[in-house]
Ligand binder design. Sequence first.
Ligand SMILES: Cc1cc2nc3c(=O)[nH]c(=O)nc-3n(C[C@H](O)[C@H](O)[C@H](O)COP(=O)(O)OP(=O)(O)OC[C@H]3O[C@@H](n4cnc5c(N)ncnc54)[C@H](O)[C@@H]3O)c2cc1C
Length: 488
Amino acid sequence: MDFNRNIGPRRPFFFGPDQTQSSGSRTVNPPHIVIVGAGFGGLEAAKALARTPAAVTIIDRQNHHCFQPLLYQVATAALSPADIAWPVRSILSRQSNARVVMAEVSGIDLSARQVITNSMPPLPYDFLVLATGAMHSYFGHDEWAPFAPGLKRVEDATEIRRRLLIAFEKAEVAIDARERQDLLSFVIVGGGPTGIELAGAAAEIARYALVRDFRCIDPRASRIVLVEAGPRILPALPEALSAYAQSSLERMGVTVRTSTMVTACDEKGVVVATGERIPALTVIWAAGVKASPAAAWIKADCDRAGHIKVNPDLSIPDQPNVFAIGDTATVFWNERTVPGIAPAAKQMGRYVGQLVARRIAGRAEPRAFNYRHYGDLATIGRKSAVVSIGRLRLKGWIAWVFWSVAHIYFLIGARNRLSVAFDWLWDYLTFQRGARLIIQAPNSTAAVERRGGGHVIETASTPATSPVDLSRKREVKSRRIPRKREPL
Ligand SMILES: Cc1cc2nc3c(=O)[nH]c(=O)nc-3n(C[C@H](O)[C@H](O)[C@H](O)COP(=O)(O)OP(=O)(O)OC[C@H]3O[C@@H](n4cnc5c(N)ncnc54)[C@H](O)[C@@H]3O)c2cc1C
């Protein structure tokens, strides 16, 4: 279905008579497939429907698709937001049967087959794909969120970057030695891949990127503590690789605290189960995720983290035309559940897209969804990573090269691949971090970044209660002009 030809680019769609097209004497409605979420799963589902004679609407509250695996690089000033996010419209601009809508979905009316949004009339569907991903979980302590931001969206990354960089700026002008040390203390909660990537990158900033930039502080005196409740970091990887990751982090100056559960979090740091307080004015949350509220929208059976329990074909029980994929769903695989990673979401999206295409065409549907696990990768820092693929185990420099190539390969677009590869090479050679800009004013409501042909709209509000902001007496500006210009 070519929206531009059959419906016309300026007409409203699917809200009235315009949704139909004539076929001889009959009026035929093209099947309408609504995909909620333009993440890894949703985009893959949309692409799998490219040749299907149907109308595909993909709805997302953001105007961009975010490559979450590299968010930590934005949070630690190695990359700019536009390196890892692409406008959804431009990704699907060549797919003539797909239309992109920027809106926040707030509910689903299953009986009326309509998607409810915050900004337009209810949107009818024939097939619905829920691909709304996951969000941070503070294990019932949402009051910790202002003190310990999590990393999920581009605006989270720029907020964390702001807090990291402002901590050094404030330490430079702090008079009190104790305050200075607290400003230079960073706690990262959660020893999964995101936690170790953040800890390693924070250590690199302190040890290399900032080392010559300050006059009153030595950034190398920073204290970076990685706190993990379980007995080891990277629990999904073999023990030998976990041990390697821990010793690598320790060599970089990170204090790794395993079997240490955080029980409180405030503007002065965290408190752990023994009652010990770890002082730090910057805390980053990388400990838990829960599914988006999609299960509540459709009152579906879900697990404790809100993942929708789906049928083997990823449809919702009693709703054969409604599917949940990616981080929104829980799917069994080898007596475990499919991990919440990008390849799993992509495989599910592709599977559902193909299933719907076949159903519309009246062809035999594929067998139950079968997840294929390719492996686990995590980077620790410069020349240090761990890779576990089947029986292959890599660590150190070779794993780091493997990790880098794999991530560049999965980026969207040749321009981004080249740009990221160049930035990494430059940072590698110069020990610098190119995107060290503090661009969000505290309490700002919006910032816009533009780069190349696309544009990314950031719509976040910076939390007013950030620990750094609370004690803020005056605006501290960066003294140095960064080496690389941030795209504006
Ligand atoms: C920091 C971080 C690092 C990661 N690193 C890796 C890694 O190294 N390797 C790996 O394989 N995986 C990694 N992951 C996990 C991977 O990114 C996810 O598993 C994957 O993104 C899930 O895809 P998805 O399509 O289910 O959801 P997402 O990609 O999260 O997409 C969900 C989309 O739904 C939209 N949405 C949500 N709610 C609404 C609503 N109410 N209305 C409209 N739109 C909505 C969101 O804006 C988003 O675009 C990482 C995740 C994070 C957060």
